[in-house]
Ligand binder design. Sequence first.
Ligand code: SER
Ligand code: ZN
Length: 514
Amino acid sequence: MKHYLEVQFTLSGPLPPESKGEIEELFKQFTEKTQESRDKGEFKITEWKTKGTKLDITISSVDSLSPHVAVLRLRKKLSAAIGKKYRVGLRGFAFIKYIIETELEEKPVKEFTLPLVKNLEFFEEKGKSYVKIEIDPEIEEDFVEKGAIERIVRRVGEKISKQHYGAKREHHQISWYSGEKKHHTEENPTQMMQKANWIQRTNYRNQWILSPTITALAEALKHIMIDYVYEPLGFNQMMIPKLVDWSIWLRSEHAEGIYQGGFEPYFVVQPKSADPEYFEEIADYITITKTIPLEKLAEKVSAPIGGLSYAQCPPFWAWIQGKTLAKESLPIKVYDWSGPTYRYESGSAYGFERVDELHRIETLFIGSPEQVKQIGMAVKDKLRVIFEEVLDLEVREAKVTPWWLQQSAHEDEMDSAEDLVVGTIDYEAYMPYRGSREESEWLEIQNISIIGQKYPKGFSVKAEGNIELWSGCGGGSFERFLTAFISQKGLDKDNWPNKFLKYIDKLPEPVKFH
Ligand code: SER
Ligand code: ZN
């Protein structure tokens, strides 16, 4: 990797001429030390000068210390050297020019741009591909301190690899199958439930009203989950917030994958002012015209402050963020179905199996690696009993791309020690109306994951006595469970398994419309 940097420090006052020798010496020693600490490469401070309150330095390096890292270190040393003695302080630095040249594994399919980058130039030399990255001189100092330069270089490679292999390398490996089960219908479950007045579309895209009839079935599923999973495994119910501000999605890394093919949130905005006068004009307009002045309204609201709950568990972590968990409180085992989650499902209108407003069930556990592995497997086995025995569904389990990798921007970032046990298993149900078992797409109805250290690390959670912390979680939804169930068993209760019927006292009669 080749670097060339021209940087300018701003000083609190001019440096006296007698300081020159000292600075020269400081740079010399710094260069020598850098050279000594590496057996290859070349690091050079090629030029420096002061003029008034400015100190200009030019650094070039080949396969050696990156100049911006050198600048951060030099800043400290310079402050110490000139601060006390000459009463001159360092105010900060700005890049005049920063160029990074590095070899690429592959050449890009097409050119692209990146934020905080002034120019990207791809070229070839002796059959190898290179990129010349010119950093935007306006880049903020604190971004440089916090690793933005390194991430720019990494992002170039990530984007090229994405151009070659697509956004995600989905994997899917079936690990268990219930075997064929008798199905009682081959109709589309959404249409069946609509015709029976169990569910009704609203005016809003992929949102449904769940009638008392179908709500009774969702309630039955809740009792089943409690009796078969939560009660025997000692899980407690809690209520996780459903409005998620950016601080959460930054730590969970969802923000980085925004609308990149796995994370499609609904945004939440705030009024710029809550003063009645501020909205009076809008209120008057609506009163007179009975329409909403959308553009005017848009001017009166903020940029999104975050969005509506998407993956359900991330906002849980704000609870224990930055804390040290007592050993006796581990493992933590909770579940949440306190409110809907939201996904902007792009494309056309979908059925009940793919909704924008989703009633999800989140199962979440935190503990030592052993505890998390053990709980994860126990939850998986209990879920299998629910799907296979209680609901009598034709289902299979598949090892799939973990949900957090799908939803964040990254392809793969598990360390290899975690690799064997960390991952996601999906439960998928056969949907007879879609066609043959072999060719049709099965419906994903539940996932269960062992996530490893990602969330405790991301939210800086520790455990007493430095126990390593892992987490795991699982998600399912009433909409998906019921779509799968009706798709195989139909609407007629006579065809439903007894173990399920036991949980339904009386199914409310659907309301009829004339
Ligand atoms: N949080 C996980 C997901 O979004 C499990 O619910 O799939
Ligand atoms: Zn989760």
